[in-house]
Design a protein around this ligand. Sequence first.
Ligand code: ACO
Length: 364
Amino acid sequence: MTNGLENVVAAETRLSDVDGAAGRLVIRGVSLDTLVRDGTFESVAVLLLDGLFDADGPRDVAALQSALGAARAAAFGQVAAIDATILALPPVDAMRALVARLPDGEDAATALRLLAAPAVFLPAVLRLQQGLPAVAPDAALSQSADILRMLTGNHPTPEQTSALDAYLVTISDHGLNASTFASRVIASTRAGLTSSALAALGALKGPLHGGAPGPVLDMLDAVATPANAAAWLNAALDRGDRLMGFGHRVYRVRDPRADALKQALRPLIASGQVDSGRIELAEAIEAAALDILKTRKPDRPLDVNVEFYTALLLESLGFPRDAFTGVFAIGRMTGWIAHAREQALEGRLIRPSSVYIGPLPRAA
Ligand code: ACO
């Protein structure tokens, strides 16, 4: 019947279009390739949020970069309040708990806080969990450079900053995926952007959505050598497991974001900043999986999705695998906010129907 709402149109949007048959992603009229080539976290945020706020909204890249720098500095004030209860949580849950402490609202100031604060919270949580002191933000840096600096304590190389920007741009928005839909549902009640972001974060962390890249690395570790790929993958499918990083609800061809990220890894590989053995192993797994899935799931075209190369890219930048979903949330926050604003400005309360299939009251 409704079966995961597949093919049900639940919103009109000017923000992004996912063409699953052609394998194409367009964000506000710009193709993913162009966005990734020239874009940064800040430039895609300006593009996505343009016109959705009053005069205080993001105006241009330079203005947004400096406003985000100031907002990161303000968010660092909350790091001192991170306690043992929060540090006992997985990083994405710790981040959600900290975002829940932010004030709610529908204005540009709330949006700015939501764009900046998670970028401070995640590196701080990761360092504190390892017994290291949190690193204060540097308001003069771009968001990507500062995230990496707050994570490692060192200034990143230009290739590392560009790779993180490419990642954050690539995953900034993607049609009406589960977490974006969750954001729009909350926005339709006019609860506020923080509430939308919290709902979206909850939806994102599931392994069928943004929780897949950590398990992709688990798969790489378990396969261990290229020669072992086919046997391991067949055994996983025999057990009824899904191969993480493969398949998509909308794409019936290769997810264009996978190639954008593979491309983004190239400068890191060329400059020796990635373990080339890891890349060779991933490519062997990808090739074997595509071959095996074609034979074993002939009725369902299954190809690699964004999460596969996300795992390699974020690992090469020094993020631990349990933090990958949190980094995804930092990038997707822009899309969640844009959709929430669009819904609040143009949409109605989202209130679908259900068909009751339970028992009826007994006749008296
Ligand atoms: N490995 C093996 N088989 C798969 C996979 C996979 N990764 N994905 C789908 N299939 C199979 C299913 O087993 C099913 O076959 P069956 O009917 O013989 O059991 C068939 O394809 C159809 O599957 P559905 O569940 O209907 O596909 P749906 O559109 O609901 O799923 C999803 C999409 C959740 C992404 C799925 O492909 C999956 O679980 N992939 C692995 C997890 C993953 O990588 N998630 C990240 C997605 S990208 C993102 O959200 C950012």
